[in-house]
Design a protein around this ligand. Structure first.
Ligand SMILES: O=C(O)CCC(=O)C(=O)O
Length: 223
């Protein structure tokens, strides 16, 4: 096992790498900051099937080459999710795992989660937080909270589980296990915090559900 593989196996995520140069990524920060309205938290499911910027982003060569190296070239996008936390936005994303919901479950060895930092995401802006090693607990029960957000519950280990904050800068991407518990806090800075979560999976990854029933499923095209 090389160092990268063993880090992924131990703590459940890889150190951030670049999906784009800061300059290219900042152009997208400005674009998204101008097209969406700052009235309330922006939450958009599967933008890659409707919007050109997201269609390009999920196919970014620097990202999909790594994904293909981890789960194989015959993979696709399972889902994407855009979150913009506007300045002073109190919204938090509760702890959850990306590889399951009521209607599907992904084999963690045939799927991988990613989170693309489309703006800087320091701790104060609501950076991603991981419960290191929690992927080894397997999938936990999930339900929807009062805001409609998917959240893990019903396991004693959730009560005292600790989260590590992983600040990122614009143009970086985090790759993590689809069982890794993660969450994010509010944005107390004066700038929007923009991130795109993309889950990649092989067609054969579906332990429940199938690629055919996933709204966002789309094969990746390697360069
Ligand atoms: O952007 C965030 O703050 C978290 C997004 C996330 O965890 C998800 O979409 O699964």
């Amino acid at each position: 096992m090389n160092q990268t593989t063993s880090l992924f196996a131990d703590r459940g995520y890889l150190a951030p790498t670049q999906w784009a140069t800061g300059q290219a990524a900042r152009a997208l920060t400005h674009y998204l900051g101008s097209v969406y309205s700052p009235n309330r938290t922006t939450l958009i499911s599967n933008p890659h099937i409707r919007e050109a910027w997201a269609r390009d982003l999920v196919q970014t060569p620097a990202l999909i080459n790594r994904v293909a190296g981890m789960i194989g070239p015959e993979s696709g996008v399972d889902q994407s999710f855009l979150v913009i936390k506007w300045p002073g936005d109190q919204t938090v994303v509760p702890m959850h795992q990306d590889g399951l919901s009521v209607d599907y479950e992904l084999d963690p060895l045939q799927s991988v989660s990613s989170w693309l930092s489309i703006s800087d995401a320091p701790a104060a802006a609501g950076a991603l937080q991981f419960a290191l090693g929690s992927h080894r607990w397997g999938y936990l029960p999930h339900g929807f909270d009062e805001t409609g957000a998917l959240t893990a519950h019903g396991d004693q280990r959730l009560t005292d589980c600790e989260f590590s904050t992983v600040p990122t800068t614009v143009g970086e991407v985090l790759l993590f296990d689809t069982r890794l518990l993660h969450r994010s806090g509010s944005n107390s800075t004066g700038r929007p915090r923009i991130g795109l979560n993309v889950v990649y999976a092989r067609r054969s990854a579906y332990l429940r559900g199938s690629a055919a029933t996933r709204e966002g499923w789309q094969p990746i095209r390697l360069p």
